[in-house]
Write a protein that binds this ligand. Structure first.
Ligand SMILES: Cc1ncc(C[n+]2csc(CCOP(=O)(O)OP(=O)(O)O)c2C)c(N)n1
Ligand SMILES: [Mg+2]
Length: 335
């Protein structure tokens, strides 16, 4: 698929939106009204934006603890995300789940969970359901490099290969599981994509610095996965800018080499894409300001909505996320 100027602009808008939403969350977090742990994707917006542009509305997605970007890029409601962080009844998990438990079934975002790797088999189950119904849709599983160290990843990958499930594993490799770099978790020179390839997944590794190149490479791999109906693993090299959990920077702790941090700040995929689109006159500085104003308005609206929404009635907490009369079937998969 050719990465047209329209796609490039949509990628820029989505990445900007994700970053501005998360910066707004980080700015307001110290007010103490978002009482859940929050894992931000600032710096690593590119994989979510690219997948969001390539997945169809009726493809299905699962993710894990760092899921705001995936949820938003798949079309999850921003108002319901912010209300969830505020613990409000109007949140996407009715205020019961917080930042790590996002869901928007209408958008095909089937859920994110806090236990590393535990949404991986759920994604394969969605793929199995799609295959059994001869659907042309795919299930996309977002996971981090740390999740590849969980046994359930291997069981699920094996099952997906065995049953030729329409499943794409998107591994955001930011090089760290909390404070531990890959170098203390995996033998030297081992690529995660080679591990996945050894199990039989169509596998490859791509860099996210050049967002348009990333889009073209992922588009080709997604096309193959869809048309040949073979499960795939796409490792995307990326970098988180803030602390593992929370709104702050933690580079003073020294667990990441300063040169690595400097490299990624100098090669911010979002800034590089923006500069390129300005250079190539795909967008003017006035157009950019209009884009930013629109996003800012949307964010203001979402925070106002969250603040004005009620907390859950304590007597209803045992109801869980879905009310008894809610239809929770997957519209395209059937009940
Ligand atoms: C089963 C399990 N073990 C440990 C944790 C604690 N934990 C939360 S996030 C995380 C790191 C995961 O790293 P990665 O998958 O690379 O995702 P990233 O945070 O880098 O996006 C860990 C160990 C957990 N939530 N679940
Ligand atoms: Mg990681």
């Amino acid at each position: 698929m050719e990465t047209t100027p329209e796609i490039a602009l949509a990628l820029l808008a989505q990445m900007k939106r994700i970053r501005m939403v998360e910066e707004a969350i980080a700015d307001r977090y110290p007010e103490g009204r978002m009482r859940c742990p929050t894992h931000l994707s600032i710096g690593q917006e590119a994989p979510a934006a690219v997948l969001g542009s390539l997945l169809r509305m009726d493809d299905l997605v699962v993710s894990s603890h760092r899921a705001h970007a995936h949820y938003l890029a798949k079309g999850g409601s921003l108002r319901a995300l912010i209300a969830e962080l505020y613990g409000k009844e109007t949140g996407c998990s009715r205020g019961r789940g917080g930042s790590m438990h996002l869901v928007d079934i209408d958008a095909g975002f089937m859920g994110s969970t806090a236990i590393v790797a535990n949404s991986i088999p759920v994604g394969a189950g969605l793929g199995l359901a799609l295959r059994m119904r001869h659907s042309e849709n795919i299930a996309c599983i977002f996971l981090g490099d740390g999740a590849v160290e969980e046994g359930v990843f291997y069981e699920t990958a094996n099952f997906a290969v065995l049953r030729r499930l329409p499943v794409v594993f998107i591994c955001e490799n930011n090089g760290y599981s909390v404070y531990s770099p890959l170098s203390v978790r995996q033998p030297e020179n081992r690529e995660l994509s080679s591990l996945a390839a050894a199990i039989g997944l169509r596998s490859g590794c791509v860099d996210s610095v050049d967002v348009l190149a990333l889009h073209a490479q992922v588009a080709e791999r997604m096309r193959a996965a869809r048309e040949e109906c073979l499960p795939a693993f796409i490792e995307i090299k990326t970098f988180r800018w803030r602390e593992h959990c929370g709104p702050n920077h933690d580079d003073d702790l020294g667990y990441r080499d300063a040169r690595l941090v400097d490299y990624w700040h100098a090669h911010d995929p979002l800034r590089l894409l923006q500069e390129r689109l300005l250079d190539e006159r795909c967008i003017t500085s006035v157009g950019l300001a209009t884009m930013e104003r629109g996003i800012r308005d949307e964010i203001e609206d979402a925070f106002r909505f969250a603040e004005d929404s009620p907390f859950p009635d304590p007597d209803t907490l045992a109801e869980g996320v879905y009310r008894a009369d809610d239809s929770v079937g997957i519209p395209w998969v059937g009940n």
